[in-house]
Design a protein around this ligand. Sequence first.
Ligand code: ZN
Length: 323
Amino acid sequence: MSNETQATANYIGVDLSGTTLCAALVSGAGQVVERREMTLDRDNVAAQVARIAAELRDAAPHIASLGVGVPGLVNRETDRVIVSVDLPSVVRGDFHAEVERATGLKVELENAANAAAYGEYVAGAGRGSPNMFYVTIGSGIGGALIIDGKLWLGTSGFAGEFGHITIDPEGNECTCGNIGCLETYASAPNIVRRTHERLFRDGTSSLSRLSLNRDFTASDIAHEAMNGDDFALLMIERTGRYIGTAVAAVINLLNPERIVLGGGVMEAGDLILDPVIKEAGRRSFQPCFESTKIIAATLGASAVSVGAAMLARDAGHNGSAPA
Ligand SMILES: [Zn+2]
């Protein structure tokens, strides 16, 4: 596609994470023009994507292609989703061809963390940094690597499994089968688990507002920390230190220009970012650390859809899908 076409065309990015479908109409420059969010229709995902794409098309008729980010491993050779914890049966089989048929558009399918990384690189906190590592910390922990302005996918497309870096060889068992992965400490459900455990053990925790509500979420913990609750602050700070330990490994290995941290857990802002930076600084090789900026993501909930749209743009697709 010529640069001129790229500048005037629009793209659709779809984020199928979890139980929600988010879709965005994105300009060729990576700006969100329109956005839709709804409950995922798990039995008819391709049809639902096609319906939303048609709606967004009404807002901007010239749609060049569509990208979809899925919470699973995608084999880019076959365009098939190999493993997806959140969407077991929905996106298996020939989902890629199904969406192309249903929408009439060329479709790029990509792992959600990879898509979010690309979004942050093109239009967010990673702009202008062709060598960056992206981390997303939410219900799970994902990562993705941009080298020389391109996603670096690894031999079979699975690079960047940041959440499964071991930070405690004696730790808890992880869903991946390993012991002591970062995810077993710092994902949202594990922050809640650790907080519950500590509420029982720690006498001073009875002063925490969290002890009044047995059903608190990671977001509640962050909220109480921001309101100055010492116990919640301690839990957020500890979580930041665990993340920082894994970030140090990435800094030593890659010496990236930026490490961009996104996902729901980062809503705690500087309360979590500061201990991440401090711990990464303490544990990494100083010349590497000093040339790497560790910063918060800026695209928020739009990262996956913007990135998926930009991956579709840069795959060079033009026109409609093969009939
Ligand atoms: Zn693991």
